[in-house]
Design a protein around this ligand. Structure first.
Ligand code: NAD
Length: 273
């Protein structure tokens, strides 16, 4: 998918080193962002869920990855090891992309009140929200005195109740609050922390949500622009925030959703006359 885009090439990220998480395949949002950063000269390390090697390695190698290593965010020892490898490879890093989320399939359908279990809720929170805090701490420790930039991915199901998004919506709300607290903590060190909130996009994660196709169709028909969220737009926004162009922007949640989040009711529900 990423190779269909017109990724603007240039030197905005020249001399910058950073870590990409969350690539599962060529449809991953993290891959779209990584491709754009590489096209602007960034040097990249890829940390992935163990078992994804076959898919991740060819993609990462195609953009000259300096490191490809497994890192399950629920495993502290694995995270220590992975960040040790990042340090050995780069010494210091300028940016970090967190593009990780997970909830049990059973929690992503039907009644939020009836289907949310303690175990499932905590698992979603651990992988989708706490992992960001843990990664921010580890990434900030590798950033130079001149600062750096951290970006994570969220979805509007944090702000509004979206059918089937359920537990993940609650985890995304926690993630967005964590972005603001991390931005406050790390701001004095020149480290900016932001979230991107894309509209629904066709990835593995979306396939895990009951009615994921419906989320895509609704996202399009209810958006201001009446179109799907484009990977180019998400990758471009990430480039802005992760490069020096993003200076002075921190603690933000930037929607890249063709205007889905600004809409009140749909046209066929009384928009005319
Ligand atoms: P994806 O499935 O390609 O990416 C999710 C990634 O999380 C995968 O690479 C997976 O390996 C990783 N992951 C899951 N558990 C992990 C663990 N324990 N340790 C390490 N990695 C783990 O799907 P995506 O849509 O590209 O998702 C990336 C981010 O974008 C997620 O935070 C998702 O919630 C967010 N997002 C997606 C959409 C959408 O519609 N696809 C919209 C808005 C936000």
């Amino acid at each position: 998918m990423a190779d269909e885009y017109q990724m603007p090439t240039g030197t905005l990220m020249k001399g910058k080193k950073g870590v990409i998480t969350g690539v599962a395949n060529h449809q991953s949002i993290a891959w779209g962002i990584a491709s754009q950063l590489a096209a602007q000269g960034a040097e990249l390390a890829f940390l992935h869920l163990p078992g994804m090697e076959r898919r991740v390695e060819p993609l990462a190698q195609s953009v000259g990855a300096k490191l490809i290593a497994p890192a399950d965010v629920t495993d502290d020892a694995a995270m220590d090891e992975a960040f040790g490898k990042v340090k050995d490879t780069f010494g210091q890093i300028d940016f970090f992309l967190h593009a990780i989320a997970f909830a049990n399939k059973d929690e992503l359908k039907g009644s939020f009140v009836d289907n949310t279990t303690r175990e499932g809720f905590l698992r979603a929170m651990n992988i989708s929200a706490f992992s960001f805090v843990d990664c921010a701490r580890r990434a900030a420790a590798l950033m130079p005195e001149t600062g750096g930039s951290i970006v994570t991915l969220t979805y509007m199901g944090s702000e509004r109740a979206i059918p089937n998004y359920n537990t993940m919506g609650v985890a995304k709300a926690a993630l967005e609050a964590a972005v603001r607290y991390a931005a406050r903590d790390l701001g004095p060190r020149g480290i900016r922390v932001n979230a991107l909130s894309p509209g629904a996009m066709k990835t593995l994660s979306l396939a895990g949500i009951s009615g994921g196709r419906g989320m895509l169709a609704k996202g399009r028909s209810l958006s201001a622009m009446k179109e799907d969220t484009a990977m180019e737009g998400v990758a471009g926004a990430a480039l802005w925030l992760l490069s020096d162009l993003g200076r002075s922007t921190t603690g933000e949640c930037v929607h890249v959703d063709a205007g889905f989040h600004i809409m009140g009711f749909s046209d066929d529900e009384g928009g005319e006359g």
